[in-house]
Design a protein around this ligand. Structure first.
Ligand code: ADP
Length: 372
């Protein structure tokens, strides 16, 4: 096994598009790093560079301590599993698992040992003589992974490997991949556009947007302390409510406007926001951090536009700022299912100061702005 390093890596395709820009990323030996971002953000490019299927335009790529920029894919000893893995239809599971080993000068015993090890790891012992068409979707996916594992790669790359599976199977396979990674302690890069997959699988998660690394953090940190507006709006379902926010000093005390609406704030909140007076900030509050205000509490007035009763909770889309849609954006609020809201109803919503995220004029999180 080995660590992986991208050091200031750029990748420009012949078409001129810069698919990765100044990408710096360290993956520990034995770590499962999830890489997530919207379609076209450069995720596959990142893996293809590491596998040696594309060349680096600028920067350094290391596997272990070695610089591998000029190494062939074979020299790198990296295994890759794609969404569209293709098994050999006329070969048995054993034949498929053996295939990548045939190119190598391995003894028959060694080949058998590796195939049986992978089959055991993946629960395929009883299926070794079956053909791919005699397997379920999940089993076929496992064979594809086994075929990569038998090579005992230094690094294991997975590119949206579960996209073709239905939701239930995806969640089962996700758990299996996590377990497999822990048992084998293989260094793994797992690319997905699905934040749930990234958050539940990754020891750490790298968020990419338009070819740039936005944040590399443990899942919880990513959720609790997004580094910028992009990450705040990408991680979480529904995502964080983001809104323009102005703080001004009015007669000595700070006045806060959220989404164009003056907010009555208590003394503690006001004094914590005073240092930001005069600035155009972006505020953020997660839907689950909003609640119906208690009487007399500092609150935001909002009109209910739409509700979804999910049984265990109610999701409401509300428009702060009362009756004038032009004044405010739309916020999502997550409330206990007991909350009965009607479309058009005016409600007062509140949140704790610790739940308020602040971002500067460039969309970067203001450190220490939300003490917890
Ligand atoms: P993702 O995997 O996140 O969807 P990709 O890494 O596939 O993103 O693509 C990143 C960007 O690079 C996109 O704008 C895409 O159009 C471009 N791109 C990808 N592959 C090529 C290629 N072979 N030639 C030219 N441009 C490419």
């Amino acid at each position: 096994m080995a660590s992986v390093d991208f050091e200031h890596v750029d990748k420009a395709y012949a078409s001129g598009s810069l698919a990765l820009s100044d990408c710096t990323l360290h993956v520990e030996d034995g770590e499962l790093m999830a890489v997530v971002g919207p379609s076209g953000c450069g995720k596959s490019t990142l893996l293809r560079l590491l596998a040696g299927l594309e060349s680096v335009t600028r920067g350094t790529l290391r596997i272990g301590e070695r610089v591998v920029n000029d190494w062939t894919p074979q020299q790198r000893n990296v295994a890759m599993v794609f969404q569209d893995y293709a098994l050999y239809p006329h070969k048995s599971v054993r034949g498929n698992l053996e295939f990548p080993l045939r190119m190598r000068r391995l003894t028959k015993d060694e080949m058998r040992r590796r195939v049986e090890w992978a089959a055991d790891l993946l629960g395929l012992e009883a299926k070794l003589d079956r053909l791919p068409r005699e397997l379920s979707g999940g089993e076929r996916q496992r064979v594809a992974m086994g075929r990569a594992l038998v090579r005992e790669p230094a690094v294991f790359l997975l590119d949206e490997p579960l996209s073709n599976l239905d939701a239930k199977l995806r969640s089962e396979m996700r758990a299996e991949i996590g377990e497999l990674q822990r048992r084998t302690a293989t260094t793994m890069l797992y690319v997905t556009h699905d934040q749930v997959e990234a958050m539940t699988l990754g020891t750490r998660v790298t968020v990419l947007d338009r070819g740039r690394v936005q944040q590399i953090s443990a899942p919880r940190e990513l959720y609790e302390r997004p580094a910028n507006v992009f990450v705040a709006g990408f991680i979480g379902n529904p995502p964080m409510n983001l809104f323009p926010m102005r703080v001004s000093i009015d007669g000595g005390s700070p006045r806060v406007e959220l989404d164009g609406q003056a907010l009555r704030v208590d003394g503690e909140i006001a004094s914590s926001l005073a240092p930001f007076a005069g600035r155009r900030l972006t505020g953020g509050v997660r839907p689950e951090a909003l609640r119906l205000a208690k009487p007399g509490e500092a609150s935001i007035r909002a009109v209910v536009e739409h509700t979804e009763a999910l049984g265990y909770e109610t999701l409401a889309a509300v428009r702060p700022g009362g009756a004038h849609p032009s004044e405010g954006g739309r916020w999502m609020v997550r409330l206990p299912s007991a909350a009965e809201l009607a479309k058009g109803q005016t409600i007062e919503i509140a949140f704790d100061r610790a739940a308020l995220h602040l971002f500067d004029e460039h969309g970067q999180a203001l450190g220490g702005a939300a003490p917890r």
